[in-house]
Design a protein around this ligand. Sequence first.
Ligand code: NAD
Ligand code: TYD
Length: 355
Amino acid sequence: MHTIFITGGAGFIGSALVRLLVQETDWRIVNIDKLTYAGNLESLAEARTHPRHCFARVDICDRPALERLFTEFRPSGVIHLAAETHVDRSILGPAEFIKTNIEGTYVLLEAALDYWRTLDDSARRDFRFHHVSTDEVFGSLGPQGFFTETTAYDPRSPYSASKAASDHLVRAWHHTYGLPILITNCSNNYGPYQFPEKLIPLMILNALADKPLPIYGRGDNVRDWLYVEDHARALKLVFERGQPGATYCIGGHNEKTNLEVVDAICALLDRLRPRADGRSHAHLKTFVADRPGHDKRYAIDASKIRRELGWQPLETFATGLEKTVRWYLDNAQWVEHVQTGEYRQWIEKNYGSRS
Ligand code: NAD
Ligand code: TYD
């Protein structure tokens, strides 16, 4: 039986990956997560108590704790998702981004390399260190063109710069020390269990609470949206079948302006949860000051992963968005726990600062 480390497995994408792997493989999953404000064990649903899921509350900057985990569990691979991820937070306070995304990735690489060197030849060949990254490392596109695996790095926000730095470290550990790595660069994700500071859940929950829907600038920035479960399937495929040392771009070919996204959410809510006063939720749209350095457009050319590994998304933007809106309507308790801090209090009571 394989044992796999997933870092950041209590976050939005990590928890989708843990739920998928518990369901579709016989692997033992060691979920390594510090449980920052963005980590939530409730997002794991049934996977949380599954006998093949094991949770370790560990900071990826804590080398001795990581070494203990490698020695105890002897994994055959790592899928690394733990990160600080919200661009607006990175603008207000970059320090945590530098710490977790750059230093944390470095510490994890060192712990993984030390462990990898203790393996026999065949286990070394089979080991994978899969680093999960973002298309934001490539910077901002004009109206034409797509990011591919060979696009030059040009990060512009503290978040994307910290992710770019971590990508470079991971590649350096491959070229210099031979660690068998994989890197995936994915476009914007959406779906269930996303922390409500990101565009789509924020808009859904603000609309339901009759609060303004804050649209930065003119709302004409473009993102390429991918349903989170499609991303999780892509990660599983790359981890199992990707070429060591290779990069794969992952995206949904769902380019939308922010205004189109907000309008689509309002239309879904008007149908699924009409307002008592009969007005459209769209009347809550409010244009606010733009994000400093706001990247104009992201779009992924995902032909390599489709051609080489046969991956393609199962959801269109319309089907994925409807599933997402329905999920937020049906999971008011998860939302309430996240918003009221009840979950954080539960964590402190049950886990304290224990690692
Ligand atoms: P998230 O913010 O929802 O979750 C991040 C998780 O990492 C949380 O559970 C948090 O507790 C954990 N974490 C943070 N700092 C840690 C530390 N020092 N040690 C251990 N755990 C720590 O993020 P997400 O949206 O699920 O993104 C996961 C990964 O995917 C990130 O690396 C991100 O850069 C990448 N990514 C995200 C998107 C997206 O649209 N969300 C797109 C492409 C790539
Ligand atoms: P976000 O979900 O923060 O993802 P990212 O910045 O990593 O792409 O934002 C998605 C887009 O939505 C981005 O262009 C910024 C915009 N946005 C708003 O217009 N209003 C908001 O309140 C937020 C959070 C984002």
